[in-house]
Design a protein around this ligand. Structure first.
Ligand SMILES: [Zn+2]
Length: 71
């Protein structure tokens, strides 16, 4: 995959997290006491995996500091 900004080949790897949690996307970040799934425009990027590192295959361009992934 090539970087959409500079056009150079991107390095394949994984975007991963600390040992709890999951990645999500929404219009705004919900408060900690709010159920994230009810946030406007909620999209689940990775499932919740307690005691595991959440990971998603990703491509990185270090020159542009850009990471791209498909969920
Ligand atoms: Zn780039």
């Amino acid at each position: 995959m090539n970087c959409p900004k500079c056009g150079q080949e991107m390095r394949q790897g994984f975007l991963f997290s600390t040992k709890d949690g999951a990645f999500s996307f929404a219009d705004e970040v919900p408060g900690v006491f709010q159920n994230a799934k009810h946030a406007a425009g909620f999209v689940q990027v990775t499932p919740l995996k307690p005691n595991h590192r959440v990971r998603i295959e990703a491509y990185c361009c270090e020159s542009c500091r850009l990471i791209q992934f498909q969920y």
